[in-house]
Design a binder for this molecule. Structure first.
Ligand code: ZN
Length: 186
């Protein structure tokens, strides 16, 4: 297991949709172990494979002292919403009030290729939606209401990590239209 560097906003891997996992092999199990170790070292409540530069559909979480992982997720979202501060390891030191579905039922696979279903509400539901978005190349500021998203971009442009990324030649993709939810409503 290895702690991997976390890619920051501005890196194109974060705004590119990831590929489904096809082989449930040793490589996948190593990836899941690296994701968990990197998330815990950060520390964070969730981490998706593209955040360590691997564009495949798997993520991990650490919520309410339970660590989990999910491969090739498909989400069903509740129609009732929650408000709450949300952050992202790819956007250091920034948090914004981000609307999310209150509950989620996530279907997918574990790293051994067995079908699993995860039900969560509140923070776990928020984490699962946030990480699934990463697999679709969507970052949490894309989910903010328009005015707040503008304010978020201002703060991001002022941040040191973002200026460093810009010097490396990354040009972040900034979206101003709302994305459709990645799952179906319940
Ligand atoms: Zn994130």
């Amino acid at each position: 297991m290895t702690i991997q560097p976390i890619r920051l906003f501005g890196d194109p891997v974060l705004t590119t949709p990831s590929q489904p996992i096809v082989d449930f092999d040793t490589e996948l199990r190593t990836l899941v172990a690296d994701l968990i170790e990197t998330m815990q070292a950060a520390p964070g409540a969730g981490l998706a494979a593209p955040q360590i530069g691997v564009p495949v559909r798997v993520f991990v979480w650490d919520v309410d002292e339970e660590i989990g992982h999910l491969v090739n997720p498909v989400l069903n979202l509740s129609s009732d919403l929650q408000e709450g501060e949300e952050g992202c390891l790819s956007f250091p030191n920034l948090q914004f009030n981000t609307p999310r579905a209150m509950r989620v039922v996530a279907k997918g696979f574990n790293m051994h290729g067995e079908e699993v279903e995860i039900e969560g509400s509140e923070l776990l539901a928020r984490a699962i939606q946030h990480e699934t978005d990463h697999l679709d190349g969507i970052v949490f500021i894309d989910r903010l209401p328009r005015e707040l998203r503008k304010q978020a971009m201002k703060e991001i442009r002022k941040s040191e990590w973002f200026m460093e990324a810009t010097e490396k030649g990354y040009s972040p993709e900034i979206r101003f239209s709302p994305h459709k939810q990645s799952g179906k409503l319940l």
